[in-house]
Write a protein that binds this ligand. Structure first.
Ligand code: IVH
Length: 673
């Protein structure tokens, strides 16, 4: 039994943490230090660990509590999620205003102007003030239940701030990936030899549809709330502007820059004030939404088809420009990927000068038939990364030169390799200098082994001096050899050696993500460390045991197998181990207690010892995942009597079928992976 003191203390801590969270993530005005926040959180964790019966879903400790899902279930929207009609110029906007005036039979009415964010729409439902369900828009009528993932977004309150709230309240908003974070995220992907995402919107959508909420939690998603959905209760605002204030009072983040206007000219002024400056804010926006303020007028105007008459999106002009492709150059990434990029005649697009554009790989250049000297259309997609949209072939003179993709690495001269099923080409020379410089930069960086003071030019200098031939050499650096480097003083050398030594105890997940294994970044590193707990276990893994882990597919498995099959990579690992770098974690949720971790099950037919929900509960308890239908990714079908079409599916897909007894034997074994 928990004491009253514990109950009160827990409630107080939750209130404090929710308040600090709101100040930090919603208002961006923290009034406490990170350290103090962490202390409160730590205290709450401890109290909840001592009193597990007091843990509630809205506790700030529970944002990322859920296990991976086998799939998303569907959610029917009580009120359809509609879209917006567009205007592309002042005339179209004025025509909308005139139509509305006619329908309302008045010339004077307030409108609210706000930015149109470029993310994805979601609906958040609160029951008695608690966040109970979050869904994507889907087709407008039925979306997907992404509650667990939305819970990880810190600016979504798990409990509404105000005490007096409708019994059921649904608000709608746009989830987005901040632009600055998107750039970092894509840099990371490219450095790992992966395709970059096209824009922040797709990345936000992909992040929200991760089956493992821990993955979503690692992505810096955010949300703006812009409208009310379904509500049960009264005392609600009567205008849209008041709704926005109301959302703010409930603890949501709303667009700060909205403006109430009376005339269409003022709305156009608002639009014009953003055309140029929208690139300076950290959220991608593709226009301005103008809404009739009075909600009664909105109801009167209604909806035609899937678009409301009471609002319009006035879109910003596309950010495209024409320029010349001066040359195509290549660099070498940390995984050895040979990355071509375009050198452009500098051109100003939407206020920023563009002189480089990524070309991804050889196939991309070929598909667009890009030739050096071509005139091309360049676009800043999602206002961030310049992309080549098309070639203006009518401007060709005949002097344009097709690009010959290098057959030798531009850094070390070794032959370039084109793996089957991969768009990228690679330099596979483990001691290629440029690759090593990039890998070292990555290895020491803050999100990797976090070696203080080793960033910048140091990697290149150590390589040039022959002190480093692979990342493990870092751990064998001697002070005397460092002192031979020009401008390296006693103190700097001591600091460098101390910082390197301090990195030896980083968790296994970080080490894995630091090695520059293709497709293995911090998320995959985290998964691998969680499931295998040691480098030795991971090195002994088979393709089957790797792909049994949710979110690890054949591509990652193949990359890992290939990495560990390479002698020089194994030598690096041995050297790291010898240097005392941590290659093993304490088991967190040990495979011994969760023998089914990473395995997917389908259950069918009548069982003897279990009811359907009992066996499903047992599978989940033991770390497995349960889904409703058999697919290629199913590991086992547990079949009882009178099994029907699922048994046939399993047989045709070569999925192993278990009887109830066989399932029990498997559940008992500790060697399931
Ligand atoms: S109001 C019917 N306001 O744009 C009104 N939508 O093209 C519903 N969007 O599905 C939307 N920013 O995902 C509204 N300030 C804003 C918005 C916004 C972005 C999105 C939303 C909607 C789409 C319509």
């Amino acid at each position: 039994m928990a004491s009253t003191t514990a109950i009160n203390k827990i409630e107080k801590l939750r209130k404090q943490l929710n308040y600090h969270n709101y100040r930090y993530y919603v208002l961006a005005q923290p009034d406490t230090s990170d350290g103090q926040y962490d202390e409160l959180m730590q205290e709450l964790h401890q109290l909840e660990a001592d009193n597990p019966e007091l843990v509630t879903a809205d506790s700030p400790t529970q944002r990322v509590g859920a296990e991976p899902l086998p799939g998303f279930s569907q959610v029917e929207h009580p009120v359809a999620m509609i879209s917006l009609a567009n205007a592309f110029n002042d005339e179209e906007f004025m025509a909308w205003h005139k139509r509305v005036s006619n329908l309302l039979e008045r010339n004077q009415f307030d409108m609210v102007c706000e930015l149109k964010y470029d993310g994805l729409a979601v609906a958040l439902t609160y029951q008695d003030g608690f966040f109970v369900q979050g869904a994507t828009r889907g087709n407008g009528l039925v979306g997907e239940d992404v509650t667990q993932n939305l819970r990880t977004i810190k600016s979504i309150p798990l409990r509404l701030l105000s005490a007096d709230v409708p019994s059921r309240l649904e608000v709608r908003g746009e989830v987005y990936f901040p632009k600055s974070e998107f750039l970092k995220f894509n840099d990371e992907r490219v450095a790992r030899g992966e395709e970059p995402y096209a824009n922040p919107r797709n990345t936000a959508a992909g992040s929200l549809r991760q089956l493992d909420p821990r993955m979503t939690a690692s992505r810096p998603l955010d949300i703006f709330i812009y409208s009310l959905g379904y509500v049960e209760g009264d005392g609600l605002p009567e205008t849209h502007a008041k709704s926005l204030d109301y959302f703010k009072d409930l603890g949501f983040k709303v667009s700060e820059g909205f403006r109430v206007v009376q005339t269409p000219e003022e709305a156009i002024d608002f639009y014009k004030s953003w055309v140029e400056s929208v690139k300076d804010i950290d959220v991608a926006a593709d226009g301005v939404v103008i809404k009739i303020d009075d909600l009664e007028f909105q109801r009167h105007l209604g909806i035609v088809g899937r678009e409301p008459r009471w609002a319009i999106a006035y879109k910003f002009p596309a950010v495209q420009s024409v320029t010349q492709l001066l040359d195509i150059a290549v660099n070498v990434g940390r995984t050895g990927s040979i990355n071509p990029y375009a050198i452009l005649e500098p051109v100003v697009i939407g206020g920023a000068t563009v002189q480089r554009a990524t070309l991804h790989n050889e196939e991309y250049i070929r598909a667009k038939d890009l030739r050096v000297g071509d005139w091309i259309v360049v676009e800043r997609a999602g206002e961030v990364i310049p992309q080549i949209v098309s070639v203006i072939t009518s401007s060709r003179t005949g002097n344009e030169k097709p690009f010959e993709f290098p057959t030798e690495c531009p850094s070390c001269g070794e032959a370039v390799v084109n793996p089957e099923d991969e768009a990228a080409a690679f330099c596979v020379n483990a001691s290629c200098p440029e690759q090593l410089v990039r890998l070292l930069e990555h290895f020491v960086s803050r999100n990797s082994m976090d070696i203080d003071g080793m960033g910048g030019k140091w990697g290149g200098i150590l390589i040039q001096h022959g002190l480093i031939k692979d990342v493990a050499d870092l751990y064998f650096l001697k002070k005397e050899s460092l002192l031979e480097i020009e401008r390296m003083g006693e103190k700097s050398a001591d600091n460098m050696i101390a910082a390197i030594a301090a990195s030896k105890s980083r968790p296994l997940a970080r080490l894995l993500a630091s090695l520059g294994i293709r497709h293995v970044g911090s998320e995959v590193g985290e998964l691998l460390a969680r499931y295998f707990t040691s480098m030795d276990n991971l090195m002994a893994a088979t393709e089957k045991s790797l792909t049994a882990i949710p979110n690890i597919g054949p591509r990652i498995a193949e990359s890992l197998m290939g990495y560990f099959a390479n002698q020089s990579n194994r030598a690096v690992i041995e050297k790291l181990r010898e240097a005392g770098v941590r290659v093993k974690d304490e088991p967190r949720e040990g495979p011994a207690e969760q023998p089914l971790i990473g395995l997917r099950f389908v259950v069918t037919g009548r069982l003897e010892q279990f009811s359907r929900s009992q066996i499903e509960g047992r599978i989940k308890e033991l770390g497995g995942a349960v889904s409703g239908s058999v697919s290629k990714r199913t590991n086992y079908l547990v079949a009882g009597a009178d099994a029907g079409s699922k048994l046939a599916d399993a047989q045709s897909l070569d999925v192993k079928v278990l009887s109830e007894e066989e399932f029990l034997a498997l559940a008992d074994s500790t060697q399931a992976i």
